[in-house]
Write a new protein. Structure first.
Length: 228
């Protein structure tokens, strides 16, 4: 995926320098501020909230990641949210994000995009963080390869017109969820990139929906507006 996700810098490492920023309001205030332009949308930001929804600490990141203190992992029953700044498609939680969650005491980890998507993983009473961490180690490289293949396939699908038949000169798009087929004129490069990213992120959505419940984790992908 395009975004690296949450980074916990190792001692002495120059990568992922931690930068703090003021934080106020509720989780939904922070996420909505990103979409309305109150928060700089060119970089990732992160915010930690306690079990009652009170703000604890805010972080300012870089274009594709946000570095946070290890203490975000140790805060019991807290919620950590971060913002995906990609203007075409913000994407779901990365496998790196899931790795951070598996090593944490967080109740919930969220990611919000400019387009209004909200992605969340929440620990249930029977959460198995060790099992989740093992699953991530076994699937992280494969998931990235599958994402890349899916992206390239979707990009080709969106820009390559049919050479024969009643829809010659058009492209054929197949909805992976419903199987519905549509035909249209080839997309521009910008449209094709946006389509390919959305198409490929859908692969992660389906994988998370199928797999994470086995470890006592609930994954949801919704439109914005779920407040706390």
């Amino acid at each position: 995926m395009g975004a690296t996700g949450i980074v916990i810098p190792r001692p002495g490492s120059a990568r992922g320098r931690i930068q703090y920023e003021p934080l106020a309001g509720r989780v939904s205030d922070f996420e909505n501020g990103f979409r309305t332009g109150e928060v700089n949308s060119d970089i990732e930001h992160g915010a930690l909230y306690d079990a009652q929804g009170n703000p604890i600490v805010g972080y300012r990141g870089q274009a594709h990641s946000v570095a946070v203190d290890r203490r975000v992992l140790e805060t019991p029953d807290a919620t950590f949210t971060h913002l995906h700044p990609d203007k075409n498609f913000g994407g779901t939680l990365s496998m790196q994000d899931l790795k951070v969650f598996a090593r944490s005491n967080l109740r919930e980890l969220r990611a919000a995009s400019q387009q209004g998507q909200l992605y969340s993983i929440r620990a249930n009473a029977n959460v198995d963080r060790a099992g989740l961490a093992k699953w991530i180690r076994s699937n992280q490289k494969l998931a990235q390869r599958n994402f890349n293949r899916s992206y390239e396939s979707a990009l080709k699908q969106a820009t390559t017109p049919l050479k024969s038949g009643p829809h010659k000169g058009q492209i054929k798009l197949v909805n992976r969820t419903t199987g519905k087929v549509t035909y249209r004129q080839p997309m521009t490069n910008e449209q094709a990139v946006r389509y390919a990213r959305a198409y490929s992120v859908g692969m992660f959505d389906r994988m998370y929906s199928r797999a994470l419940s086995r470890f006592g984790v609930t994954y949801t992908a919704t439109k914005a507006g779920r407040g706390r």
